[in-house]
Design a protein around this ligand. Sequence first.
Ligand code: PMP
Length: 781
Amino acid sequence: MRTETLDPLQSPPPAIGPAEAEEIANRIFGIAGLLTRLPSERDLNFRLDDGHGRSFLLKLQNPADGTAVVEMQTEAILHVALHEPTLPVMRIVPTRDGEHWAEVPGEDGRISLARLFTFLEGHNPATEELDPNALRDWGATVARLGRALRGFFHPAAGYPILWDIRRAPALRPMVSYLRDEPRRALVEHVLDRFESNVAPVLGRLRAQVIHNDMSLDNVLVDARGSITGITDFGDMTHTALVCDLAVALSDVLDGRPDSLEVAGAMIEGYGSVTPLEDDEVPVLADLVATRSAIAIVISAWRLHLYPENAAYVSTFGDGAWRLLEIFEAEGFDRVGRRFEEARRPRTLPYSSAPSDELLARRRRVMGRAPLSYRRPVHVVRAEGTWMFDAAGRRYLDAYNNVPVVGHGHPRVVEAVAAQARLLNSNTRYLHEGAVELAERLLASMPGGTRFDRVLFVNSGSEANDVAWRIARSVTGGSGAIVSEFAYHGMTEATADLSPEEWPPGSTPAHVALMPAPDGYRGRYRREEPGWAERYGAEVAAAATALEGRDTGLAAMFVDSAFTSDGILCPPPGYLREAARGVRQAGGLLVADEVQAGYGRFGDVLWSFQASGIAPDLVTTGKPMGNGFPVAAILTRSDLVDGFAERTGFFSTFGGNPVACAAGLAVLEVIEDEGLMANAAEVGAHLRAGLTELASRHELIGDVRGKGLLVGVELVVDRSTRQPASGEADTVVNDLLARGVLIGVTGPAENVLKIRPPLVFTAAEADLLVSALDEALSSPGR
Ligand code: PMP
C-alpha cells in the first residue's frame, strides 16, 4: 500500500539510486541506456538515452503522490495530446505490460510510481533570454494549454495542494519561518491584500483544471526563445483559470528588473487566445504577488524541513523576492492598473509612448495644434461617460459631444467593425447604408421643412461649406449673416463665416454680424419683455448692412444654441423673428445642428424644432457617427437638385458604408435608449444643481442652457458682470485635477461649457456639481 499524505511537500523524494533507476528502466519499460539525473522539486527525474537516438524522461514519482494524482496527470497529458496536438507536451511511453506506470519500492520501503515519457528537446531558459515576443508566446501557450484542458476533469483535481494560489491563507502559520522582519512584513502585506481583495471574488471566477506551473523550470525553449516543450503536470489542480497566468507571470519574470515593463507582453499573449474577463483583471496583480509569496513561504518552510537540500530549495525564493520588491516600490495598485492596461489587445498599429515624450513628438510634427488643459491629457481609452489616461486615471467626461451615445458604444463599434470587414468603398455604388440613413434622417425632420434630399460629407465644415455653395447658387446672392462670435468651420468659406476665428481687424466684406441673443450681458436683457424677438429683429438690420455693401443675402447660418457665443439657447421667439428677417431679405436659413443637434437639447432630435421654424438647410456632423466621421446636409429638392446637377456634386468618403453603419447605429441607440428624454431630464437636474451652487458661489453669474448643453458664466462682480476669464480657466484645470472634464467658451472665455455624452446620468451630474463646488471653494483658486 502506498502511503497518502495530504501534502506531498512534506515527503522527501524517492529513495532510489541511479543503479536501481537504470534497472527499472530496463525491467519495466524495456529500455536500456544512459541515465542522467535531472533536477526536480520532489520527484526523481532522469534523462534516458537508449544509444539509438531516442531519449526519454524517466520519472519516479514522489511516494506521497497518490495513484489518483498520477492517474489524473496521465489522463490530462492524453487529453491535451488529443485535443491540442500541436502543443509540445511529452507523450506517454507505456510499460512492457501496456500500462501507464508501474509501482517500484525505494530503499526506505516507500512505494513510488515509475513513468516514462518521450524526451522534449530544448532548454529551460533564464528569464533574461525571453524578449517581449517570447513572453507573448509564453502567455499564449499558457492560454492554449488552459483551453486544451477546459473539458478535462478528474476527482484528484479536488485534492488540496499548497501551490494553489486560492489556498494562500493556509500558509499564514508558516510565515514565521521567514527570519527577516521587513521581508516577513511584506509577505504578510501580500497575504492581507489577498484576503481583502482576492478571496471575496475568487469564488465567482471561471474555474477548471489548470496546469498551474508554466514556470522557467517546466517549459523548454529553443535558441530563439520559442517554446519546444511543456514538462511538468505535477501541480495540476482545479482552481481559478486566471491563476495559470498569475503563476507564469510570477515565475517567468523571476523578478527581472524590467518585470513591469515586460509583464504586459505575457498578459497580451494570454489574452490573444483567452481574453481575460472583467472580474479577473482587477485581481491579477494580487494573484501574482500571492504566488510569489507562496514560493517564498514554501521555500522557507522546506529549508526548515530539509536543510540538507538547501542548494535546490533556496533557489525558489530569490526571484519571488525581487518581484515582490518591485511591486512594493511601484505600489500594488499601480501594478494592478498597469496589468489592466496590458489587457487591451495590442493590435493597434502604434506603440504606446510616455506622455512627456509623446507631447514633444507631437509638437515636432504637428506644431502648436491646440490641446485642451494646461497639462494635456494623454487618453488611452474610454467607455460610456468615462475616459482613462495613460496612468490609469479616470475622468468623468462632461465635455465631449462627438461620442453622443457614450464612448465605445458596443452597438456602434460592432456596426462599424462588421461593415468595415464586409465592405467599404467610395460612394459611387448602390448601397443600402447611405439610402437607409438618408431615409431615416429625412423621416426625423418635422413635416414643415418638406425636406426630401440628403447630401453626405465628412465633417461639419464640409456640410456648412456645401450649404453655403447651395445658398449662393439658389439665391444668386453672396452675403452672409452670422452671430458675433459664431463658429461654422475651417474651410476658406466657412472660416469667413466664423468670427470666433477671424484675425483681429479682418472682417470679410460679404459677412454681416448680428448680435448673439445674450439675455444676460447683451444689449437686451431677459428681464425685458420681448428681448429675444428684439435680437431676432437685428437680422433685418444686418441684411440692410449687406445691401449697403452691394451684396445680396444668400444665407444666415445659425447654431440655435449659440455655443461659441457663450451657450445662449434663446427662447423660441428669437429664431422665429430671425427667420422672418432672413426670408424678407431673400436669403436662406441654414440651421447648423453640428453642436446642438442629435438630441442634445432633450426631447427632440434637432434643436431648431424647439422654435417651430422650418430652415431651408440643416447641417449636421460631429455626433452623427459617435466618433466615426460622417456629416450631412438636409434640404429640399427644389433647392439642391439644380446645384447638384450643375456641379456634379460628389464626395469620395461622404456616406461610405462604414460611416452610414455608424450613423444608423447612433440613431437606433438614441431611440432605443431613450437618450433624448434622458438629455432633458438629466440636463434639468444638472442645471438645478448648478443653480443651487450659484446661490453659494458669487463667482457664478449665470446658469443656462438646454438639455445637456449647459453654460455656467463666471463673473468677477455680479453687479458689473465683468467676465471672470482667468478664473474660468483655473476652474476648468482644477476640475481636471479632480477627474472631471469640461471646457470654456464665449467671447471672453468665461463660460464653463458642459456638454457630456447623452448617456450622462443624474448621479454623474451630481458628481460634476460637487467637484465644481469643491473647485469653487478651494482657497488656491
Ligand atoms: N458648426 C459648428 C456649430 C461647430 O461647432 C463646428 C465644430 N466645432 C463646426 C460647424 C465644424 O465642424 P467640424 O469640426 O466637424 O468641421
